[in-house]
Design a protein around this ligand. Structure first.
Ligand code: PLP
Length: 235
């Protein structure tokens, strides 16, 4: 068994356990393998171990891997999620190559993605990134501005609004971690009560996926616990 295969098993067991504790069905939680900074061979190892969905932060790097995996695993039905901050000059590449974008936090970016989504592809699946805890990580729409943004994005013809994504500041322990996740869940429920039909609440990473599942996450984004530690981010 490869390390990646063993790590995937461990992560799936964690998800299983967190679902049991929360009284949730394990089929309600999707595992997204975050492959940023790792090469195509690592992705292929995960594909061979049965993992179909991948998240990438850096658009150019992600597109290279999407194309490489078409050669390396031509029969696999993979889905690719863009989860990193998006600049206007990168929207076309995202619209042309990814299946999902989870990091939309302003209307202008959403409009560009909708205009640039090729007609021969299904609508681009979108989550709005929300800044649930006002953290130093300033990406994400402010909760007060979320309802208006969601209404506007839901109207765009080539996008399909699926839900919310958040990246809270790291916290120690389940109870502290759940504060921000519960807030995201409340925002998610409020949007659904207002008439949107959202099904995706993307929250939880290697260190806090258990808390996120307890708070209602439907998609956890896991990098290090699958692929190992990354070199420190350079900026
Ligand atoms: C890197 C990253 C992850 C994965 O984080 P790990 O701690 O490696 O599990 C998840 N979501 C986003 C948006 C990321 O940038």
């Amino acid at each position: 068994m490869t390390t990646i295969e063993a790590n995937l098993l461990t992560v799936r067991q964690r998800i299983d356990h967190a679902c049991k504790v929360a009284g949730r069905d394990v089929t309600q939680v999707t595992l997204l393998a975050v492959s940023k900074t790792f090469g195509s061979e690592a992705v292929r190892a995960a594909v061979s171990a049965g993992q179909p969905a991948f998240g990438e932060n850096y658009v150019q790097e992600g597109v290279e891997k999407i194309l490489a995996l078409r050669e390396l695993a031509p029969d696999a039905a993979l889905s690719w999620h863009c989860i990193g901050p998006l600049q206007s000059n990168k929207t076309r590449l995202v619209a042309e190559h990814f299946d999902w974008v989870q990091s939309v936090d302003r209307l202008k970016i959403a409009q560009r993605l909708s205009e640039q989504r090729p007609a021969n592809l299904p609508p681009l699946q979108v989550c709005l990134q929300v800044n649930v805890d006002g953290g130093a990580n300033k990406s994400g729409v402010e909760p007060a501005e979320l309802p208006a943004l969601a209404e506007a994005v839901a109207q765009l013809p080539r996008l399909r609004l699926r839900g919310l994504m958040c990246i809270p500041e790291p916290a120690e322990g389940l109870a502290a971690q759940r504060v921000a996740f519960d807030r995201a869940r409340e925002l998610f429920d409020a949007l659904n009560q207002s008439g949107l039909a959202l099904d995706t609440l993307s929250m939880g990473m290697s260190d806090d996926l258990d808390a996120a599942i307890a708070s209602g996450s439907t998609l956890v984004r896991v990098g290090r616990a699958i692929f190992g530690s990354r070199p420190p981010a350079s900026s």
